[in-house]
Write a new protein. Structure first.
Length: 107
């Protein structure tokens, strides 16, 4: 089946040198082929298509919600780390002040 001049092996890959596509005799030029499904099947297919078109939006929305939630958790963890660091710094300053007062009292 893979003889030269078929769809799989065209004689040339240059589109200008290939034979132009000719419409079949039972088709009108520029017309789309008829849909042979019934109305109910067409409606259900349209609904399914609409639902499938909304799936990427729903996935993107869920992904962004998850990323926002993760970012908020990271910000909260960073605030906690900063608060603990400042608490330790305040405790060290308090201890220095107590030592300074104790040294002043002892002299």
């Amino acid at each position: 089946m893979n003889t030269p001049g078929t769809i799989d092996r065209p004689l040339t890959h240059d589109p200008k040198k290939q034979a132009p596509m000719k419409p079949s005799l039972n088709e009108h030029a520029g017309a789309t082929p008829e849909d042979f499904t019934t109305t109910g099947a067409f409606d259900s297919r349209q609904n399914r298509t609409r639902e499938m078109q909304l799936i990427p939006e729903a996935l993107a929305r869920a992904h962004m919600h998850e990323r926002l939630h993760t970012a908020e958790q990271e910000r909260q963890a960073q605030r906690l780390v900063t608060a603990r660091r400042m608490q330790r710094r305040a405790e060290r300053a308090s201890m220095r002040a107590r030592r300074a007062i104790a040294m002043a009292v002892m002299q």
